[in-house]
Write a protein that binds this ligand. Structure first.
Ligand SMILES: [Fe+2]
Length: 141
């Protein structure tokens, strides 16, 4: 199952939208590799990149929120932290063998993607709406 970025996920914050698209592409790359039986170092490399890049993205978003005195900043940051923890579950799963591994990865994949889509639709778009209200859209990270 390919994971594709959708226009309904558009926040209007250019850099954030670009980063979201890249995360979707990286998720897709990682899960495609899982589906095609990649293992060991190849998967670890992809997962490490995905985790590192997601953290950079969250950090950039949090910087915008702090700078804009976003009232929901603390709560939003906690959601990001929880997601990074959940993402780490994949570390264990890619080390498993056979059918169990495939089932676990598939379940985690669904959960992570669902979380990410809902987070953007609700939380990130709320932040974008706040920036519009405040008339303070960022122009660079
Ligand atoms: Fe976010």
């Amino acid at each position: 199952m390919a994971i594709t970025w959708q226009t309904s996920l558009f926040t209007g914050i250019e850099i954030v939208d670009e980063q979201h698209k890249r995360i979707f592409a990286k998720f897709d790359e990682f899960f495609e590799a899982c589906d095609h039986g990649a293992a060991g170092q190849d998967l670890e490399c992809l997962l490490t990149y995905l985790k590192d890049y997601t953290q950079v993205h969250f950090h950039d978003e949090e910087d915008y929120m702090a700078g804009a005195l976003y009232p929901e900043f603390g709560r939003h940051r906690e959601l990001h932290r929880k997601f990074i923890t959940d993402l780490s579950v994949l570390d264990k799963e890619i080390g498993q063998e056979g059918e169990v591994r495939q089932i676990h990865i598939l379940t985690t994949k669904r959960l992570l993607i669902r979380w990410f889509i809902q987070h953007i639709r609700l939380e990130d778009r709320n932040f974008a709406a706040y920036l519009v209200e405040q008339n303070s859209f960022p122009t660079s990270p």
